[in-house]
Design a protein around this ligand. Structure first.
Ligand SMILES: Cc1cc2nc3c(=O)[nH]c(=O)nc-3n(C[C@H](O)[C@H](O)[C@H](O)COP(=O)(O)OP(=O)(O)OC[C@H]3O[C@@H](n4cnc5c(N)ncnc54)[C@H](O)[C@@H]3O)c2cc1C
Length: 272
């Protein structure tokens, strides 16, 4: 279902600069981006759009219109050769006082198959520039509920860390987070009664090529409290839609209690 989102009303395109790059675990690179004057911390799953130059472009041509539809129409009207790449990412940490954010990029595939965003993160060095458009936060449950269910893959980890930090200390819940390797686990603040279930692909007895399939299996095997839930399922599109279908059809959870978003598609590059 679509909920009211926490979206900035005075959005602007900003030019960000990489000030730090760190391989925080086998499959994640954390970039610190600076130069974001006027940045606001939206909390929960604060996300943004990042704009990268394509090969052969020496100028990063950012749209000038900022309304949600306006910038995209302008972007589509720009000849491909001049358009930047655009990808969505979660703000892992926002520091508005110094205009900085940390973003955790999943490094997926090998050098040939990885997309422009993962490649940018892998090769980034201080001084590299990219565009930044703030999107606010999308985790806005607007119905009474007793507990929270989070299900996602590694691309959902930054969002789940932010959501867990934003939940009231008294909140109860379960977070099923699928990650490639045990070393990709991260510590983050969460309510004491939030049961964080790390699901590690590398350690699974059965081999799963497609991210999200193991999390779906674990979800199906998990006993869920029999009270009003708010569920949020994000990550690979098959995981997000599969978890939603399971919760509604197999567990009898009303549609309005389940939010889902496909963050990426297996073996399908984003076209813009
Ligand atoms: C709101 C939102 C927040 C997001 N937050 C984050 C975040 O914080 N960190 C993060 O890493 N991602 C995040 N994502 C997902 C990210 O936008 C996608 O993974 C994106 O496709 C990566 O772009 P790319 O240029 O690297 O690859 P693309 O050019 O889009 O794809 C190239 C190839 O890589 C594959 N691919 C893309 N992503 C993955 C992956 N994660 N694992 C395996 N294969 C992949 C595609 O299927 C395709 O075959 C978020 C998405 C959304 C919508």
């Amino acid at each position: 279902m679509s909920r009211k989102k926490n979206t900035p009303t005075d959005r602007k395109f900003m030019m960000a600069e990489v000030v730090k790059s760190e391989r925080i675990s086998p499959n994640f690179v954390r970039l610190t981006l600076a130069g974001l004057d006027g940045l606001k911390a939206w909390g929960a799953d604060h996300w943004c759009r990042l704009f990268f130059t394509r090969e052969g472009q020496d100028v990063l041509a950012l749209p000038t219109r900022t309304s949600e539809i306006g910038w995209y129409l302008q972007y589509l009207a720009t000849p491909k050769a001049r358009r930047p790449w655009v990808r969505a990412y979660t703000v892992r940490e926002a520091r508005p006082d110094v205009g900085e954010v940390d973003i955790d990029f999943v490094i997926h595939g090998d050098h040939e198959s990885m997309g422009p965003a993962a490649k940018f993160a892998l090769e980034a060095k201080p001084g590299d520039r990219l565009g930044f458009l703030d999107q606010g936060s999308a985790f806005t449950p607007d119905h009474p509920h007793d507990w929270t269910l989070l299900v996602g893959d590694e691309t959902a980890l930054p969002a789940f860390a932010g959501i867990c930090r934003a939940l009231p200390k008294s909140a109860k819940g379960i977070a099923i987070i699928e990650i490639p390797s045990a070393e990709d686990k991260q510590n983050f603040d969460a309510p004491a009664d939030m049961d964080i279930k790390w699901v590690v692909r590398e350690e699974s007895a059965q081999s799963y090529e497609k991210p999200g399939e193991l999390a779906l299996k674990v979800l199906a095997e998990t006993t869920l409290p029999n009270s009003e839930v708010h569920a949020h399922t994000i990550g690979e599109a098959g995981l997000a839609t599969g978890a939603r279908r399971h919760l509604i059809q197999e567990r009898g959870i009303p549609k309005r209690n389940v939010d889902f978003a496909g963050y990426w598609r297996y073996r399908r590059a984003q076209t813009s």
